[in-house]
Design a protein around this ligand. Structure first.
Ligand code: RUB
Length: 312
């Protein structure tokens, strides 16, 4: 059966043409929807099997952003107890559409809530390229607050370039700094706003490598740290002790292979994400409201709709 739509999206996620936890989740939902529309199956069991194959390909692309398995899980639940292939198909497409819409709505809600925590005159530091973190900053600017942003470069993939492009397009005064300059500028900063790939039950936030250094530096300087994260970035399985896998990407992203091969005693390490403990975070802004990180369990229980029985 044709898996083209799915493998194409999977390739784009792997190569980071599609990146950022929210966008990855929406792209996976779209791919499952389109795949469901094209699958020819003689009965629901065959349809389910084919969809599960597609879901597994998507989930295997990048291991850290929990939004991906959460979105796939929500969409796949659309098959439910469908009696016919058509029912199963429309269950999947409906769930996918719902997810995409609710994700877009969540970004808008978070922008609204997050902007309230940004004051007129604030200098804000952001790291990496987070759609929701930027939405908060842009909403604060749109509502008339005079703000200035410090954006990091984000080695090795330079997501900071996308960030400064977006901020520039929004007409926001922005300073572009290398990652290692954060501590040099922290005393100019009033607030750190970042996104998340995953939030664990104990309120730790997994985000782009370097986020924990940024947060640590902010805490030392008594600068508040806000994390913007839709509820589908909370990780249900951390309730039963699962750890978030930190993706380690190819060393060639950090050091070209031609140079690396001349240095036989050197091993290049390239973890793409790190873990910021709850103690370094002041608030997590979700579309359901603003919470201290220690309340992460409530989000998982109330809003994610995971049945605890599914963990076993
Ligand atoms: C992206 C990253 C972002 C989060 C949140 O990493 O760490 O901060 O995914 O982004 P990568 P968003 O570039 O490796 O995917 O708010 O857009 O979901």
């Amino acid at each position: 059966m044709k898996l083209m739509i799915v493998t194409d999206t999977a390739e784009k996620i792997k190569s980071m043409e599609i990146r950022g936890a929210g966008r990855i989740a929406r792209a996976a939902a779209e791919a499952l929807r389109d795949h469901a529309l094209s699958v020819q199956a003689p009965h629901t069991a065959a349809f389910r099997q084919e969809m599960e194959r597609a879901a597994a390909i998507l989930v295997a692309t990048r291991p850290t952003a929990v939004s991906l398995p959460n979105a796939v899980h929500l969409v796949m639940n659309g098959i439910g107890q469908a009696g016919t292939v058509d029912e199963a198909r429309s269950g999947v497409t409906r769930r996918a559409e719902q997810f995409i819409q609710s994700s877009q709505h969540a970004v808008e809600k978070i922008a609204e809530f997050g902007a309230r925590h940004i004051r007129d005159g604030d200098k804000i530091l952001t790291h990496c390229n987070s759609e929701v973190a930027l939405a908060c900053i842009i909403e604060a600017h749109r509502s008339g607050k005079e703000i200035e942003v410090f954006a990091t470069e984000v080695r090795p993939r330079n997501q900071g370039l996308i960030t400064i492009q977006t901020l520039n397009d929004a007409g926001i005064k922005t300073n572009f700094i290398v990652d290692s300059a954060v501590r040099s500028f922290i005393h100019d900063i009033d607030l750190v706003v970042v996104g998340a790939d995953a939030v664990t039950v104990n309120g730790a936030v997994v985000n782009k490598i370097g986020t924990s250094q940024v947060a640590h530096t902010a805490v030392e300087a008594r600068v508040n740290v806000l994390v913007a994260a839709e509820t589908y970035k909370f990780a249900p399985k951390t309730v039963v002790g699962d750890l978030i896998t930190i993706e380690e990407r190819p060393s060639s992203e950090v050091l070209p292979d031609e140079i690396a091969k001349t240095l036989p005693h050197v091993r290049v390490r390239n973890p793409a994400f790190d873990v910021t403990p709850a103690e370094f975070i002041d608030l997590i802004i979700t579309e359901q409201g603003v919470i201290p990180p220690q309340m992460a369990y409530i989000i998982i229980r109330e809003y994610l709709g995971w049945d605890i029985a599914e963990f076993h």
